[in-house]
Design a protein around this ligand. Structure first.
Ligand SMILES: [Zn+2]
Length: 75
């Protein structure tokens, strides 16, 4: 048995220092990033700054450029 295997790897704390895993979607037109909740036709977009997700983006259009966001017509 090699003693080297007893040393804990550096990524041991990776599970603790978790990044924000909430899914996001970027506008295909301007790149504005929105948080996504739900799937397919039930998809709802929120601003990343909307921590409580109480102000959904209406009409599935980018609040910055007005470009239609994906989700209305499932592939
Ligand atoms: Zn946009």
């Amino acid at each position: 048995m090699s003693s080297a295997t007893l040393i804990a790897p550096a990524d041991r704390h990776a599970a603790i220092d978790m990044p924000d895993l909430r899914p996001t979607c970027s506008c295909p037109e301007c790149g504005h990033v929105l948080r996504v909740s739900g799937l397919g036709r039930h998809r709802v977009y929120f601003e990343l700054t909307d921590e409580r997700a109480d102000d959904p983006v209406m009409d599935r259009v980018c609040p910055v450029c007005g470009h239609g966001l994906p989700g209305k017509n499932p592939p």
